[in-house]
Ligand binder design. Sequence first.
Ligand code: SF4
Length: 330
Amino acid sequence: MLSARDLHVTFPGRRGGGSARAVDGVNLDVAPGEIVALVGESGCGKTTLARTLLGLQKPTSGTVSYRGTPLSYGSKALKAYRREAQLVLQDPSGSLNPRHTVYEAVAEGLRIHGEVADERERVADALSRAGMRPPERFFLRYPHELSGGQRQRVVIAGALVLDPTLLVADEPVASLDASVRGEILALMLRLREELDLAALVVTHDLGLAWNIADRVAVMYLGRIIETGPVEKILTAPEHPYTQALLSVLPEGGEPVVLSGEPPDPSRVPGGCRFHVRCQSLASGAAEAAGVADLCRTKDLPVLDGRGTQAACHLAQARLLATSGEGGHVQ
Ligand code: SF4
């Protein structure tokens, strides 16, 4: 349904620096009814990628296609797409206008798109689908009169009121208490079942991905470095970066401490972009597999966004070895 091919988004660098490659070659597909988690540290480019997939950011190069048709920027078609693909932001108190009632907040999308017929019924229906029942009880309330979970439900209702086919949710539960997070995740799963809604969930939290996603795409320094079904990625990750992210979960075993912060996106390292922080390179595991030189000098191809893949010379050497083709890696 949604497809990104060879997507790049580059921003001018700070004074004296090169341009920042916020999205640096991404292929990604989201199928109807599928929930894909886009996971990575802050600053890895996942929010820029999400905005680009929604048509809010024009890519520097590459294409975003919806139902097989590339987005055409500045056109009526883009406005129609923006109706189909709705954004749910991370901070419910920040994304709701404190001066607008719940009714006004949910009706806003209808008014922007000039859909004035049956407004009251549609607002009530969206609130009800988002679990605010009876909806009329909440119409005249203001955000400060709601709990954090209720505010997030209002944000979701504001997206649902336009009958979208795709939600892009940026850290949808990051600002909520643990007790409420489960309710919102259950709501998103129910919406998928009832409405066949697809979702791209942007998060730094692999635990969240485990609870909600069908598929995971792990992003590092502007690129997806591992992708696959959630069970595979979270139980047997191949990429050392995914292994490090998983190790900090409560059940993740011995935490892997990555050295340093992610590099500046205007100074992407040569070779594997993760090599300056990679625990497998530092520990000698890559050397033992005969790929250490490749790690430092040879960039990896952009993953095609399908199946199960890791952009890692060591993972590829292990795959070759187990498939009986020897450990030699080109
Ligand atoms: Fe680490 Fe080498 Fe794999 Fe990069 S390619 S993640 S440096 S082992």
